[in-house]
Design a protein around this ligand. Structure first.
Ligand SMILES: [Zn+2]
Length: 170
């Protein structure tokens, strides 16, 4: 066989082998190649090491007082005065890291909704009659959702712009 590290096949076959997903003739062929190819053998050894480490890894045990500490903190946060909670929630510095993530999530949602609309276009499959009945009332709602999502992204951009102006030294 051709060396997987030097062909279009890429190292996927080696990754499959390391994960134990390669069977039968493909497995035998690769094992014969590994015996004569130092680069692939090194790659396989590294992968095997990763799998061994993952097998050996165990999440640390939760301490006995964990629940108690957690509930105490929740109670403390709940008992804080309302103006402090509001101030915490409105702090721009605390929001800022969330903006790019929120904007990315919005784009994904918008993309999904657009994609979903094309799929449910009436008359594209034999059960078109049913699809038409179902998708017609929905498409109005979906268009509204897209519009709302785009408005939200616009709003987030404005917030982000305001927060970056405020954080700049004058
Ligand atoms: Zn090779």
């Amino acid at each position: 066989m051709k060396c997987p590290l030097q062909t279009e096949e890429t190292p996927v076959v080696l990754l499959d082998y390391a994960a134990g997903r390669l069977e039968g003739a493909r497995r035998l062929k690769l094992e014969r190649h590994l015996a004569g190819c130092a680069r692939c053998e090194a790659f396989r050894a590294e992968q095997a090491e990763v799998w061994d480490l993952l097998d050996a890894w165990e999440p640390p045990a939760v301490s006995t007082g964990f629940n108690r500490v957690l509930w105490r903190r929740i109670d403390e946060a709940a008992a804080a005065p309302w103006h402090r909670k509001l101030a915490e929630a409105l702090r721009f510095g605390a929001w800022k890291p969330a903006f790019p993530i929120a904007a990315a999530a919005m784009v994904i949602v918008a993309g999904f909704v657009f994609d979903h609309r094309t799929e449910s276009r009436p008359g594209s499959d034999p059960s078109g009659a049913t699809a038409t009945q179902i998708s017609t009332p929905n498409s109005g709602i979906e268009a509204d959702q897209v519009e709302k999502t785009l408005d939200d992204i616009q709003l987030l951009r404005q917030f982000d712009a305001v927060s970056s102006i405020r954080s700049k030294p004058i």
